[in-house]
Design a protein around this ligand. Structure first.
Ligand code: BG6
Ligand code: MG
Length: 210
């Protein structure tokens, strides 16, 4: 079987870092921002995330240059959290399941909108683990567009219809379906109607290859 995993919220739990980094920027600018708004940022690119946060901005119009600087500031704060990550930030259940899927002959890839993907994989000791990594650096459209997953399938030389995508974001489930793949929802995305399969814990994936 072929699995393409989202990274943030599936393999590692960096959502909190995204939240804290955006929260700092929003607070500095006097923009209301909470965990509910943060949920809308899942799977969405950095600049699109900023656009969502700026929906509540009422100050003077910002130039594209100023928006780029805000996104860079957010990323610098986010990277300061990522720098502290270690292999222990991958839950034992996730690491164990990935190893068992690999031992069971599965092909495993990452499909993430994040431009920090390779840095995160290095920090947590998974830089050389996956058969392919498709991320924010090789796409021009982020989820719910299927590009990141279609690229992962292409890197693996597999047909989209043979791939199972594991996602925690609604935008990611939509991307998988738009790409003709099967979508497995976990976390928040387990309740997404478009998901073909819902799981409540990562190790349930082993049931699919049994
Ligand atoms: C996704 C996250 O994985 O990556 C989003 O779910 C984030 O919240 C996106 O905005 C882009 O991340 P980065 O690391 O390129 O800013
Ligand atoms: Mg995610």
């Amino acid at each position: 079987m072929v699995f393409i995993f989202d990274l943030d919220g599936v393999i590692v739990f960096t959502d909190r870092f995204h939240y804290l980094a955006w929260k700092r920027i929003a607070d500095e600018m006097g923009i209301y921002f909470d965990e509910k708004i943060n949920n809308r940022l899942r799977g969405v690119s950095r600049m699109e995330s900023l656009a969502i946060i700026l929906e509540r901005y009422t100050g003077k119009a910002l130039s594209e240059q100023e928006k780029t600087e805000l996104a860079e500031q957010k990323n610098a704060v986010y990277r300061s959290f990522l720098e502290k990550m270690t292999p222990s930030d991958v839950p034992g259940e996730v690491r164990d399941t990935l190893q068992k899927l690999r031992a069971g002959g599965c092909k495993l890839a990452i499909g993430s909108s994040s431009k920090n993907t390779k840095f995160i994989l290095e920090r947590v000791g998974l830089a050389d683990f996956f058969d392919a990594v498709s991320d924010g650096t090789n796409i021009s459209r982020s989820k719910p567009d299927p590009e990141v997953f279609l690229k992962a399938a292409e890197f693996l030389r597999e047909k989209p219809e043979d791939c199972y995508v594991v996602e925690d974001a609604y935008a990611g489930i939509e991307a998988a379906k738009a790409g003709g793949m099967r979508a497995i929802g976990i976390g928040e995305a387990a309740s997404c109607e478009k998901a073909d399969i819902a799981i409540s814990s990562f190790s349930e994936l082993l049931g699919l290859i049994a």
